[in-house]
Ligand binder design. Structure first.
Ligand code: G
Ligand code: G
Ligand code: MN
Length: 522
């Protein structure tokens, strides 16, 4: 990836990071709000219909009782008594009476002389009831009633009763209507006649129109429907409130993320160039960690570990730059430098300590190149290294391209350089695969040494590795030994060598050599 694509990529990611979660959150808040609002509208509409149905139930049961009890004069004393009984026991009915023509002759309120004029019928429903939907009565001026008439009897109900329900929000529109002739019977608030048409054959419908969440329901028993509508204005206000703080937070988070991505991208892109410059300016040096013989505690060798100190004093960890060097094809230059530094550091080492060895880490690419063999043989010549004074460590990955690696390993060993497999168990090679190589040492990775003496399931693995190494006739070096109990465990199971903070941290070679017992004549 070049610099421009990487930057563009980071910016696209950043833009998405800003926009996507913010808009998603707003969208979800809105959707969730609409869903809840629709549920509320439907509940209101059902409530209105329920009242309307109950009213109809009371009306028709009252009329039925009067029809069945009828004998002779419908306005007899007995009849009026029955009307009063029905009236008093029906919560939704204001009065019930007998109608002749367009006049109410008598009712639960008494006899009305020549009769009270009710006006013409507005409509006859599919169930055969005659409805007058806007009747004023002389004893209740200013009120509007519905009169439902059937078989000569009529019930009088308050127009607003079905929609007289308390609502938790203001601006709730409620209505009852007659589906047969599409007439709004009673309403409060803004109601569009068109909403009655949406239902079709369905018993319920909810939808969104003209800034309202609308629910329409109809009765399956009576010619009655109900509408409830809630304005979404306050819902939108709520969404805006959410957006007010969500958008700034989203932009801030997105920007931080974008800067982080750009910073990392820049760091990644710049790193190979910085490594090249560091090679030129000799910013790399080596520290050496002692390797001990577990039986005697003697320091028998040291692993060379690269260190990078930037001009400003900052130390860059090898786990970071080794990886970058491997990815960008610079690792062999680093290995060459490491070998060069060892040549200087250890120029007199093996003459004074002929049994001591230095271990050098190789990368996978090093084990694919003849040049590595040449460099190491030259190092052996320069330092006067005899067989066993130099050791190379390669991870399992180094042996993956077997054809070349096997030849190089053979040539290294022919030149007296011994070979170890590093970080064993953390890769993915199989035992049989390793048998194809002529190796000398197996380094047991710190992660397995850490499990010694613990309950972890992997604490068994270290025993298997030890058995495996013995089977392959490899000597073992345990890494990362920090406690004497670990050393004891490994010693008891035949592990020959170890390194770790228990014995010594990585240090300058001069310091390390200074702590070795000198030759007898020194
Ligand atoms: O001790 P230290 O934190 O430096 O080790 C970190 C990792 O870097 C270890 O896995 C070690 O094998 C690796 N490493 C240290 N020095 C070298 C080196 O010179 N070459 C390579 N390829 N890897 C190294
Ligand atoms: O090349 P290799 O992966 O073996 O590198 C060894 C790594 O382990 C280096 O980073 C070294 O500094 C580190 N190390 C060596 N001994 C110990 C130890 O006893 N404890 C811990 N935590 N790290 C260690
Ligand atoms: Mn190593």
């Amino acid at each position: 990836m070049n610099k421009k694509t990487a930057t563009a990529f980071a910016l696209v990611i950043a833009a998405l990071a800003i926009a996507a979660p913010t808009f998603l959150a707003i969208h979800l808040a809105k959707k969730e709000g609409l869903h809840a609002e629709t549920g509320r509208a439907l509940a209101y509409a059902r409530d209105v219909l329920h009242r309307s149905n109950s009213t109809a139930d009371q009306i028709y049961s009252g009329i039925k009782r009067l029809t069945e009890a009828r004998s002779g004069d419908p306005c007899s004393d007995a009849s009026l008594e029955l009307m009063r009984q029905i009236d008093i026991s029906s919560s939704y009915i204001q009065a019930i009476g007998y109608v002749s023509g367009e006049r109410l002759m008598c009712s639960s309120l008494g006899r009305h002389g020549e009769g009270l004029y009710l006006g013409p019928v507005d409509l006859v429903t599919s169930t055969g009831s005659a409805l007058r939907t806007r009747v004023e009565l002389p004893f209740a001026k200013g009120n509007s009633f519905i009169v439902v008439e059937r078989a000569g009897y009529a019930a009088i109900v308050h127009r607003d009763l079905p929609i007289d329900t308390t609502t938790s929000e203001k601006d709730v529109s409620l209505a009852t209507f007659t589906p047969d002739n599409r007439q709004i019977r009673t309403s409060r608030g803004f109601v569009k006649p068109k909403w009655m048409d949406v239902l079709g054959d369905r018993p319920e419908a909810t939808f969104f129109d003209s800034g309202y969440v609308v629910a329409v329901v109809k009765s399956n028993r009576y010619a009655t429907g109900a509408i409830a509508a809630l304005p979404v204005a306050h819902l939108e206000q709520r969404t805006r409130d959410v957006a007010m703080w969500l958008v700034p937070i989203g932009i801030l988070a997105g920007t931080v993320l974008a800067l982080a991505v750009l910073y990392l991208a820049k760091l990644q892109l710049a790193m190979p160039a910085v490594i090249r410059a560091a090679l030129k300016r000799n910013e790399f040096f080596l520290v050496y960690q002692p390797i001990v013989e577990l039986k005697s505690g003697k320091w028998v060798g040291a692993e060379a570990l690269i260190r990078w100190r930037r001009p400003d004093g900052e130390m860059v960890r090898p786990d970071i730059f080794i990886q970058v060097a491997e990815d960008s094809g610079l690792i062999q230059l680093i290995t060459e430098r490491v070998i060069g530094i060892i040549g200087r550091d250890a120029s007199n080492l093996f003459k004074r300590h002929p049994d001591f060895h230095i271990a050098i880490n190789l990368s996978a690419a090093d084990l694919q190149s003849r040049r590595t063999v040449e460099l190491l043989h030259r190092l052996a010549g320069e330092t006067g290294a005899g067989p066993g004074n130099l050791l190379v460590e390669a991870t399992e990955r180094g042996f993956l391209n077997a054809d070349v690696a096997r030849v190089l390993v053979r040539e290294l060993r022919a030149g007296g350089i011994r070979v170890a497999i590093d970080d064993f168990g953390t890769g993915y090679s199989s035992l049989s695969y390793l048998e194809a190589f002529e190796l000398d040492f197996l380094k047991i990775d710190k992660s397995f040494v850490d499990t010694v003496g613990t309950e972890a399931a992997t604490s068994q693995v270290v025993l298997h590795i030890i058995e495996m190494a013995k089977g392959l006739k490899l000597e073992m070096i345990a890494e990362g030994v920090e406690q004497e109990s670990q050393a004891q465990f490994l010693r008891d199971r035949g592990v020959q060598f170890a390194q770790g903070w228990l014995f010594g941290k990585p240090m300058a070679l001069a310091d390390l050599v200074g702590r070795l017992p000198g030759p007898a004549d020194a």
